[in-house]
Design a protein around this ligand. Structure first.
Ligand code: FMN
Length: 281
């Protein structure tokens, strides 16, 4: 079995809904008129319309139980307390400081106890950014821009504390593209990683190619997926290349990654960060 909804039986669904949605600001995810379900799976049902009435009516009432507490959280405890009191809601008690948290308690329109606690901000995701950058330090520039947004240091594969990998929320791996794949040193590093158990990673690279990185990222992507890592995002941009004969005429992609490339890099990092904070892929 799994727990789905906790349903409060209420006298007047419209009044109760107005209280939880209008006054307390909960978001409704299902609205079946006589029953509404909020985002956190608290639900309200009009008591005298619970079906089948002939079987259930004798067992139910709307007298609120003092042994049930609806627990909500807010990031603005004081402002919410002041607002609710200003709206005429009588608190059971004002803001108290428990050893673990600040809370206050009120009653809903049926008399159920509602406890409102102060939300503790979730810690920022901790990122590990690993780069191999041999040709012109092109990918190191991209790694630097990523690190600025994630507010972490960049590491070479040999600096990575393998025994501490579990402490990181996300691991970014990048290098220049050599022979249509990431640098062999980075691929070897990835091959030696412990099982991923779904840990998030992202891939990045610089290369002389423009456009899709689908093929060039494929070998690293395959290694990570085969080890059970999740790929949360991929990024690539052009890098200065003076390989072989190209050096005779200054190479291609001179000056890349440039300021615009690094801006795109940072935008990618911000999107990643937003996804991570929101717990999405
Ligand atoms: C030996 C060598 C092989 C390369 N092979 C490729 C390739 O297959 N495809 C590509 O798009 N770029 C290729 N490049 C260009 C590099 O990917 C590009 O210059 C990259 O930005 C280098 O990154 P780095 O300075 O971080 O090492 C190659 C460069 C070198 C030196």
């Amino acid at each position: 079995m799994k727990q789905i909804d906790t349903i409060l039986l209420v006298q007047d669904i419209h009044k109760s809904r107005q209280f939880y949605e209008g006054v307390l600001g909960l978001k409704i995810v299902h609205d079946w008129t006589n029953m509404v379900v909020f985002e956190g799976r608290l639900a309200l049902h009009q008591a005298d319309l619970l079906q089948p009435q002939e079987l259930i009516a004798p067992h139910i009432g709307t007298k609120a139980s003092s042994s049930v507490i609806v627990y909500l959280e807010t990031g603005t405890l004081e402002a919410d307390y002041a607002r609710l009191v200003a709206q005429g809601i009588q608190p059971i008690h004002g803001i108290v400081h428990l050893p673990w948290q600040r809370i206050f308690r009120i009653r809903d329109v049926d008399g159920h106890i509602v406890e409102i606690g102060e939300a503790t901000p979730s810690p920022a995701p901790k990122a590990l950014i690993i780069v191999t950058s041999h040709h012109h330090g092109n990918t190191a520039k991209v790694a630097g821009a990523l690190a600025e947004i994630f507010e972490v240091e960049v590491m070479a594969p040999q600096q990575v504390p393998m025994e501490e990998l579990r402490d990181y929320t996300v691991i970014g791996l990048g290098s220049g593209i050599y022979g249509e794949q990431h640098h062999q040193g980075l691929l070897d590093f990835a091959g030696n990683l412990p099982p991923g158990n779904g840990k998030k990673t992202f891939l990045f690279s610089t290369s002389s190619g423009v456009g899709s990185y689908d093929k060039s990222h494929s070998p690293l992507r395959k290694i990570l997926l085969s080890k059970g890592y999740a790929i949360a995002g991929e990024f690539s941009c052009p890098g200065h290349n003076t390989n072989s004969f190209l050096r005779w005429f200054g190479g291609i992609n001179q000056g890349r990654p440039n300021a615009e490339d690094l801006l795109r890099t940072k935008e990618f990092a911000e999107r990643m960060l937003a996804g991570l904070v929101g717990g999405q892929e």
